[in-house]
Design a protein around this ligand. Structure first.
Ligand code: FAD
Ligand code: SF4
Length: 515
């Protein structure tokens, strides 16, 4: 039983579950360890706000445990005892503290899972892995659900989850509101109204943590205002973001979920992904709070807003986790469209004339955040249309966003956005010409390019890229029913038109710095 022998318990940076049963047990002979390590800060180039966010959240959680009389050892990044590699630190701790048993929670990343399994194989003491007690599903549930079925679609998995967990259900089997999915009503453009409440920011002074990161000479990118750090870094902060979302943003969440705007980085999005992915909040409590708030305010909030939100967390988030564990490690090499190009330099500095990309990238560099449609239909769309190698696309997404942890980043990027898995996550590639971007945003109004022009000097680059992409990759989509209409339209283009498209496309892909 835990606590009888001297036990070391590891808590990783994304395992900050304040409600885990570990902390409810008798705490005799238990030593908790947190480590800030170069192996974690350096495996990809991270946004500076992301590094600060993880360090601050880990420190706050360690402090919380100490205050409750748990024994905690915390290795900060510049601690002289810190060997910066998980296995080395663990070996040292086991010997230094005469540890008799090692315990950890199952990591969400394949990389860390393997590292810990390998480490435990070489141990002469007993080790045990525990569930993180965070997700609705286990690692294997999705694979079991789709066993023997021809096609995987998120929708059926989502319905099953609704039934299993009795969420938005009537008569134990039917969807509340008469429909499982209100997605069709969630596609409004935001034109300045309704007013968007100011985001729930914290404006914290994080200069001390920043100085420590600078002293350690950790490489990073992106912008930060050391006196006004805005992300939640404790359970209290996280609950307050959740509360703020329910009271102020939920009412229009679904309606404007796909909208984009030059001056509104967040619109009605919750900004809960960092608190969720670090486990400071559980998906169940987020869903319960949102539904609870809606039940008390049904006269003001439509079910479509609530269902749209629940689907993201109960559906997409759990689905992506299932795909990750079903498909890894092979998923990391998937490049079914054989894309080989480099990611343009402007992804790292926002230095482009294309207004949609300029704003989406600038907001990402400033906030370590972009909402789903910016990630999918602006930066992701452009990377796919320009046939960028998925490794390059993954590295950018994994680094830039505060919520980017491989299990949810790679499935969204390589899968949903880049179609590199050949259609496992997305049933058709998420690509569009400028028309979609113009429909959902105000980017095109202030752009030097003409969204209506198909080819030629100042034509919107997305237009020629779109048709050239379909033309170049058509063999991959030939049997995809959802692409049939677009391929038919492509067939109607004359040779002359296609050669103009090709010419424009060639100059965009080979000289991205000029656009
Ligand atoms: C190319 C690409 C890369 C992405 N990378 C990540 C990533 O690294 N980490 C990450 O958490 N999300 C990622 N997403 C999904 C989604 O964009 C973010 O979860 C969302 O933008 C976070 O902002 P929010 O909390 O304001 O979300 P909201 O729009 O308020 O949505 C609420 C919550 O739903 C969940 N959610 C919504 N969509 C998804 C999805 N597709 N997959 C999983 N969960 C979802 C998130 O937990 C989110 O906090 C990515 C999407 C794309 C297209
Ligand atoms: S015109 Fe084209 S490049 Fe410019 S903002 Fe619109 S979609 Fe983007």
């Amino acid at each position: 039983m835990a606590g009888q022998v001297k036990t070391l318990r590891l808590i990783l940076g994304d395992q900050l579950n304040y409600q885990h049963s570990w902390f409810k047990q008798e705490q005799k002979n238990l030593l908790y360890v947190f480590m800030e390590m170069r192996q974690e800060t350096d495996y990809v180039l991270h946004h500076i706000q992301k590094i600060v966010g993880f360090f601050r959240s880990m420190r706050n959680f360690a402090e919380y445990l100490r205050k409750r009389e748990h024994e905690v050892i915390y290795l900060k990044i510049n601690d002289l005892r810190n060997q910066q590699i998980l296995s080395k630190n663990l070996s040292w701790l086991i010997s230094e503290y005469k540890i008799e048993k090692f315990e950890y929670q199952l990591p969400d990343e394949f990389r860390l899972d393997k590292q810990l399994k390998d480490f435990c194989k070489g141990l002469s003491i007993v080790s045990e892995a525990y569930d993180t007690e965070h997700f609705f599903t286990s690692r294997e549930d999705l694979a079991k659900f789709y066993e023997g079925k021809k096609q995987m679609t998120m929708e059926y998995f989502y319905r099953e989850m609704r039934k299993k967990h009795e969420i938005l259900l009537v008569n134990e089997k039917d969807p509340e509101g008469g429909k499982w999915n209100f997605d069709k009503t969630n596609r409004k453009k935001w034109m300045g109204k309704p007013e968007i409440p100011h985001e729930r920011g914290f404006r914290k002074d994080i200069s001390e943590t920043l100085q420590e990161i600078r002293k350690a000479e950790i490489k990073s990118f992106g912008n930060i205002d050391a006196g006004k750090y805005n992300w939640p870094t404790s359970r209290e902060d996280s609950l307050s973001v959740l509360n703020y979302f329910c009271k102020n943003l939920l009412v229009h969440f679904g309606d404007f979920q796909d909208a984009m705007h030059i001056s509104e980085a967040y619109l009605f999005h919750s900004r809960l992904s960092f608190a969720l992915n670090t486990k400071m909040l559980s998906p169940k409590e987020v869903i319960d709070s949102v539904i609870g708030h809606w039940r008390e305010n049904q006269d003001q909030i439509d079910i479509s807003q609530v269902e749209g939100f629940v689907r993201q967390i109960l559906g997409w988030r759990e689905y992506m986790r299932g795909i990750y564990w079903k498909e890894m490690p092979g998923y990391k090499q998937a490049n079914k469209l054989s894309n080989q190009n480099k990611l343009p330099e402007f992804y790292w500095n926002a230095n482009t004339k294309m207004n949609c990309l300029k704003h989406s990238i600038k907001q990402s560099l400033d906030n370590a955040y972009a909402h789903h449609i910016q990630r999918l239909m602006i930066t992701g769309n452009y990377a796919l249309l320009t046939q960028t190698h998925p490794d390059e696309v993954d590295a950018w997404y994994l680094g830039i966003y505060i919520d980017a942890i491989e299990w949810v980043e790679i499935t969204n990027t390589r899968g949903m956005s880049q179609f590199a898995d050949g259609g496992l996550v997305a049933t058709k590639p998420y690509v569009s010409s400028g028309a979609y971007i113009n429909k959902m945003s105000n980017y095109c109004k202030g752009c030097v390019y003409d969204v209506k022009k198909k080819t030629g000097e100042n034509s919107c680059p997305f237009n020629s890229l779109y048709w050239n992409f379909l033309n170049t990759k058509r063999e991959y989509f030939q049997n995809n029913r959802r692409m049939a209409m677009m391929l038919k339209m492509l067939d109607k283009k004359s040779n002359q038109e296609l050669s103009k498209i090709k010419e424009r496309d060639h100059s965009i892909i080979s000289n991205p710095q000029n656009f």
